[in-house]
Design a protein around this ligand. Structure first.
Ligand code: ZN
Length: 265
């Protein structure tokens, strides 16, 4: 059913209780429309406009840990709805989640312990005592697809869902170039060297606040040696025999899909 003109004029609300997003029950990924969270019977501790989705304005909000979901809705884990969402919905939901989490973790100044308040005109919390501005943190991470002939390197970390494999990823450390991060991660985690780095694309990833910067690379030496504790298993896979892959909404999936498509039947 298409929303009426009046409904369309009301913004969509991405309301979070902790990490969980308030969604309408049902098969599709939908969040409630309302002129304000109070219309849903919820008190927003914080709100911030986060963009638009299919022509509707979108707001992020935080509700208290005790808040109950209104009838016909539930607070759901974003990781549990990968199969329901498209990239656009996931993008707005992820941005909302990060802004709400930033606010929730910056109520006090990290330098002097003073209370913070919203800074006017920018996305920042200002310390009421020392004036320091605290911006949302975005953590750059690299994600790399390594090719060796007609095979692709896939690995799994101990924290992955059972059976799932993906391309390798790691956070950029202070003082490091992206190229250095890629070299270090592959050397440390699987013991190989790579060459021919090419930029592929990027994607914000809100678990908790990464910007995934994706590259493709070619194998250039070394024997696979998974790092104990970090990598449970790693192997070269040919397209007909791929294991379970990450969700389609992720850039990891797009990297692997691009390889399969180029490898041909
Ligand atoms: Zn301060």
């Amino acid at each position: 059913m298409q929303p009426s003109a009046r409904e369309r004029a009301e913004p969509l609300w991405f309301l979070f209780r902790g990490d969980r997003l308030l969604m309408l029950d049902g098969e599709a990924a939908r969040v409630p429309r309302a002129s304000a969270p109070e219309d849903l019977g919820l008190q927003a501790l914080f709100r911030w406009e986060v963009g638009a989705l299919n022509g509707s304005r979108c707001w992020a909000g935080e509700v208290s840990p005790e808040a109950e979901a209104p009838e016909g809705m539930a607070f759901r884990d974003l990781r549990g709805i990968f199969a329901l969402v498209d990239e656009e919905f996931f993008g707005v939901a992820g941005r909302a989640k990060q802004i709400v989490a930033w606010h929730a973790t910056h109520r006090y100044c990290g330098r002097c312990g003073g209370r913070t308040e919203r800074a006017a005109g920018e996305m920042a919390m200002r310390c009421t005592r020392c004036g320091m501005l605290h911006y949302p943190r975005v953590s750059p991470a690299v994600i790399v697809r390594v090719r060796r002939g007609d095979r692709v390197l896939l690995a799994r970390s101990p924290g992955f869902p059972p059976g799932l494999y993906s391309v390798l990823a790691g956070f950029v450390e202070p003082g490091e170039s992206i190229e250095e991060t890629i070299g270090r991660e592959l050397r440390e985690e699987v013991g190989i060297e790579v060459a021919n780095l090419r930029y592929f694309g990027s994607q914000p990833w809100p678990f908790p606040n990464s910007l995934m910067i994706a590259f493709t690379a070619d194998y250039a030496g070394g024997e696979l040696a998974p790092e104990p504790g970090e990598i449970e298993a790693a192997a070269w896979y040919a397209p007909p025999d791929l294991p379970q892959l990450p969700p389609r909404v992720s850039i990891a999936w797009r990297l692997i899909d691009d390889f399969v498509w180029k490898a041909g039947p």
